[in-house]
Design a binder for this molecule. Sequence first.
Ligand SMILES: *[C@@H]1O[C@H](CO)[C@@H](O)[C@H](O)[C@H]1NC(C)=O
Ligand SMILES: *[C@@H]1O[C@H](CO)[C@@H](O)[C@H](O)[C@H]1NC(C)=O
Ligand SMILES: *[C@@H]1O[C@H](CO)[C@@H](O)[C@H](O)[C@H]1NC(C)=O
Ligand SMILES: *[C@@H]1O[C@H](CO)[C@@H](O)[C@H](O)[C@H]1NC(C)=O
Ligand SMILES: *[C@@H]1O[C@H](CO)[C@@H](O)[C@H](O)[C@H]1NC(C)=O
Ligand SMILES: *[C@@H]1O[C@H](CO)[C@@H](O)[C@H](O)[C@H]1NC(C)=O
Ligand SMILES: *[C@@H]1O[C@H](CO)[C@@H](O)[C@H](O)[C@H]1NC(C)=O
Length: 394
Amino acid sequence: MQRLLICCILIHFFVSPTLCIRSNALSQMTYVNVMDQGAHGDGKIDDSNAILSAWQRVCGMAGPSTLVIPSGKIFFVKRLELNGPCKAQSVGIQFAGKIVPPTMDTWVGDRGSWIVISDVNNLTIDAKGGIIDGNGSSWWEKCRSCRRPTSLRFHNCNGLVVNSLSMTNSPGAHISVNGCNGAKFSGVSITAPEHSPNTDGFDIAVSKYITIKDSTIATGDDCIAINGGCSNINATRLFCGPGHGISIGSLGKNGSHEIVEEIYVNNCSFIGTTNGARIKTWPGGSGYARKITFDQIILKNAQNPIIIDQNYGVKQPSASEQAVMVSEVTYRGFVGTSARDLAIVLKCSTLGCFNITFDNVHIVSSQPGKPAYASYNNTHGTVINTVPKISLLK
Ligand SMILES: *[C@@H]1O[C@H](CO)[C@@H](O)[C@H](O)[C@H]1NC(C)=O
Ligand SMILES: *[C@@H]1O[C@H](CO)[C@@H](O)[C@H](O)[C@H]1NC(C)=O
Ligand SMILES: *[C@@H]1O[C@H](CO)[C@@H](O)[C@H](O)[C@H]1NC(C)=O
Ligand SMILES: *[C@@H]1O[C@H](CO)[C@@H](O)[C@H](O)[C@H]1NC(C)=O
Ligand SMILES: *[C@@H]1O[C@H](CO)[C@@H](O)[C@H](O)[C@H]1NC(C)=O
Ligand SMILES: *[C@@H]1O[C@H](CO)[C@@H](O)[C@H](O)[C@H]1NC(C)=O
Ligand SMILES: *[C@@H]1O[C@H](CO)[C@@H](O)[C@H](O)[C@H]1NC(C)=O
């Protein structure tokens, strides 16, 4: 303690006061507050550079350190790129304030993303009380089919932990996870209106060992989209809806080769979604989507509770002899209601889907007394105790 105090005093005089803030001998954690790096937190003056310089301090430290974005303030951020790798084995961000972007009319530069975190390993973001508000409504109106930024992008981050993050009204997708190995998201809350275009909750690509749990995702597009190059993705105890459900794909667009495997979705509910458990592939692609389980799913008025669509993106059934192979998909323990008569749709390519299992699936129409149906083509597998009635090829 004594030594640390002296060290702190020395640093205080010769380096910078911020290095000492709330340091203590037990954890030796150094906290760098963006307010001490020139941030205004008034929601008007651009704080991007202040946050960036605080980050560079944190990232350059040899010992454990944490960037602090404090509560009770609004940080106007034009565009932010927090890059690693950092010097220490791990770094933290404590985020309790509110972050807001420029408007669409004043946006400068790249429209692909707003806040990007790249090449940072073992980053823990504790976001209790913090919110990233994308203020997307003008984008949705004026730029419906043009490029709109993803609010928060993690690129090439291994060992990421994100707790209690709230996000709302992103212009485009809310969170993108790309090229990451090992990420745990929990207690995330994402909300945007049902009509907001392409406002995916999570967009995951080329990543493995990712878990998302105990979270609520209500947007205008997929709660989670799992794209090519993903494996070992777990989604547990999520409330999804409104939105388009949890989607694998689309895969194999324009003849591409894509692989997705070991996906485990359990104890999730789909409430008022346009899809529940969805797998979609384009005709003409190659690769596979396999070892995918949807377990203990609650449905309420979902439009396509269970759907495999291997004819995605084309109007006529395709005569293509090639397809991303769909196999080893299990639907277990579904209960609830379908907004459409067709509760289960399995549009497999002429090559077929294999080892598809239905085990204790009970889906009825959300209109009492109306029957629900299943429609299926070229689907091989096993059915145990399932309503609506479905009989698959051996
Ligand atoms: C991340 O942390 C683990 C221990 O939790 C450590 O083994 C690993 O080296 C760290 N990664 C980096 C790049 O420092
Ligand atoms: C949100 O965007 C609108 C329209 O572009 C703008 O008038 C408003 O000031 C923005 N709100 C915030 C908090 O930045
Ligand atoms: C996902 O869940 C399955 C089943 O509980 C488990 O075996 C697997 O280790 C989990 N994977 C991850 C990345 O958490
Ligand atoms: C589709 O693939 C072809 C040939 O591989 C390529 O020339 C073309 O640019 C691709 N189109 C798109 C939209 O990616
Ligand atoms: C999932 O729900 C079942 C009851 O439907 C419960 O027994 C189980 O513990 C839950 N699992 C998780 C990981 O929440
Ligand atoms: C389907 O399951 C059987 C038995 O487990 C296995 O032999 C076969 O390779 C599997 N086929 C596919 C395409 O997964
Ligand atoms: C798919 O199956 C449905 C019945 O489930 C049938 O009406 C339809 O003609 C089939 N479509 C193709 C392309 O085989």
